[in-house]
Write a protein that binds this ligand. Structure first.
Ligand code: ADP
Ligand code: MG
Length: 559
């Protein structure tokens, strides 16, 4: 038997990287800016522990387009590389210097925010460039290095005369990728992927208007000054402690995330955990109303402040994808299929953590300011009802704060409701009968009749409530929900035989027969009421089960 090493030839790997490593070519910029960020964060770390005796200062990253030469430049002022380091980190494909750094400074650098991981990011440059150059000068007292490669296994490496510490990556952009030489395109990508990265990123310059002196004459033209155009906010709200932030800061950050969104969010949830997984973020409840078609994909997923995706399916339970905001976790495996994600243990834990935090927040809003909570109910109920339907864990928690509004504008929890109606609303078998209306206008006269009889009528008008009722009925004993216009209400409403009708028996029979001619047979029941009640003189009802069946068909499927 022979043993040996499989020899992975770089020659074979190159075209594979170019073609398959990343399906999205545009992410090369994210990768290069991430490397520039890592190099700067390493510098920050090494100066902070006194390993390098220089001031950290205010290093920034610059992205520059040179249209004439068809090159794109990413320049940093980070730790740089010596010639040996270029050989080690760049020439060895799939060797991650980021991982090595984290290993070496294990304890102190744990929270440094370093991004790199697999040692493949740099090569994504070859997806859009036929030639890549690195000019780099290490913080160590050694000459600068110049590396050039044209996308084959050959490269050149020589000394260079760069004086300042840091690295410049030069991409000679492919003809077919010339979009990446356009200012608007690069700007779009920087905003998409790098908007909240931790090191300032300069892209061009901008004019800043200076404040006029107080005593300036009225027609003075304000002066402008050319300043760096910094495209990112290096310390976004979710990276801070909740105690450092005021309500206004959360709202401002919401605006920053969704510049086109004019309505304030209803409230926010700040996520912050570092064991057994690492996760930070802020979720917002937008005003939702009745709209089930609210746009999903509004929660953005980040890793160490680098944007990854706005598709959080599999990471956040589905009912919470209606929320907005940011989650940031280095512990979510990326570049893997969604079905794998759903089975991943860490991701499952993250998902249930988020569910729990949302439930806890709702509970505390309910307990601490019930009046406010009731006011917001209509705008948040869809998420809560949907969550109760789809996640049992959430159902258990939400039972404490889910509200059931009545037609007379009271809001009860289920328990409170039971207490209210237990003496008055039971059928002959002792089941609690909960009356509800789904459309206040259309069912007006039925509602009125029930109210007159002293019953509480719930107003449940969300599109998923029919499913939720079924779930409540099966999960609780001896209760049934009955829509206020269904024939079951008869079982409850005691017939008050002594009420005087203005019609004779004969007239009543005739009127009833006339109506029955126009109402579909078998599906509805027609009945005449006493004329002196406030209710309608004539009531047409439909069996509860038939109506529900129809509703389920309309909203697509069972609960
Ligand atoms: P990763 O970032 O996952 O470690 P990359 O392929 O993106 O892998 O980069 C490989 C290595 O090259 C990095 O870990 C780092 O050591 C080095 N490197 C890349 N870009 C820079 C840079 N701008 N400054 C200093 N070192 C860099
Ligand atoms: Mg990298």
């Amino acid at each position: 038997m022979a043993t040996g090493n499989i020899n992975v030839s770089v020659e074979n790997i190159f075209p594979l990287i170019k073609k398959f490593l990343y399906s999205d070519h545009e992410i090369f910029l994210r990768e290069l800016v991430s490397n520039a960020t890592d190099a700067t964060l390493k510098l920050k770390h090494l100066t902070s522990i006194g390993e390098i005796g220089v001031e950290y200062g205010n290093p920034k990253i610059e992205v520059k387009i040179d249209e004439a030469n068809k090159t794109l430049h990413v320049i940093d002022q980070g730790i740089g590389m010596t010639k040996e380091e270029v050989e080690k980190y760049i020439n060895e494909v799939a060797f991650s210097g980021a991982e090595e750094f984290l290993e070496k400074y294990k304890d102190s650098a744990k929270d440094s925010g370093i991004i790199g991981h697999f040692g493949l990011g740099f090569y994504s440059a070859f997806m859009v460039a036929n030639k890549v150059e690195i000019i780099t000068k290490s913080y160590k007292d050694e000459p600068a290095a110049h590396w050039t490669c044209e996308g084959t296994t050959e490269f050149t490496l020589e000394e260079a005369d760069k004086k300042e510490r840091g690295t410049e990556i030069i991409l000679h952009i492919n003809e077919e990728d010339e979009q990446f030489l356009k200012e608007s395109r690069i700007s779009e990508l920087l905003v998409k992927y790098n908007k909240f990265m931790p090191i300032p990123i300069k892209f061009g310059t901008t004019e800043e208007t200076l404040d006029l002196p107080e005593d300036a004459p009225e027609d003075t033209k304000p002066e402008t000054k050319t300043v760096d155009n910094i495209i990112n906010n290096p310390s976004p709200a979710w990276t801070k402690q909740p105690t450092e932030l005021e309500d206004k800061d959360y709202k401002d950050f919401y605006r920053e995330l969704y510049p086109m969104q004019f309505e304030d969010p209803l409230f926010h949830i700040h996520l912050n955990v570092d064991y057994p997984f690492n996760l930070t973020g802020i979720l917002y409840f937008p005003k939702m109303g009745q709209d089930m078609n609210i746009q999903k994909d509004k929660i953005q997923l980040y890793q160490n402040q680098v944007y990854v995706t706005d598709n959080v399916e599999g990471i956040v339970p589905e009912f919470l994808t209606m929320l907005r905001g940011v989650i940031d976790s280095p512990d979510i495996p990326l570049n893997v299929s969604r079905s794998y994600l759903q089975a991943d243990g860490a991701v499952k834990k993250i998902s249930s953590y988020i569910t729990r935090k949302v439930a806890d927040k709702l509970k505390s809003l309910f307990t601490n300011n019930r009046e406010e909570f009731e006011k917001k109910w209509n705008d948040i109920k869809i998420v809560i009802e949907y969550g109760m339907l789809s996640e049992d864990k959430f159902f258990e928690k939400a039972e404490k704060f889910a509200l059931y509004p009545t037609t007379t504008k009271e809001y009860y929890t289920f328990e409170e409701l039971q207490e209210k109606i237990k003496d008055n609303q039971t059928d002959k078998d002792g089941n609690l009968v909960i009356l509800y209306a789904s459309n206040e206008d259309a069912q007006h006269s039925y509602i009125q009749a029930a109210q007159d009889a002293g019953y509480k009528v719930l107003l449940l008008d969300s599109p998923i409530v029919a499913h939720l009722l079924q779930k409540l009925e099966t999960s609780k004993e001896k209760i049934s929900f009955v829509r206020v216009d269904s024939d079951h209400v008869d079982n409850l409403i005691k017939k008050e035989e002594d009420k005087i009708s203005k019609l004779s028996e004969e007239e009543k029979e005739k009127l009833k027969a006339d109506f029955e001619k126009v109402v579909p047979k078998g599906t509805y029941t027609v009945q005449l009421e006493a004329m002196d009640s406030n209710a309608a003189p004539l009531i047409i009802t439909q069996p509860e089960f038939m109506r529900r069946m129809k509703e389920m068909q309309q909203t697509g499927g069972g609960g």
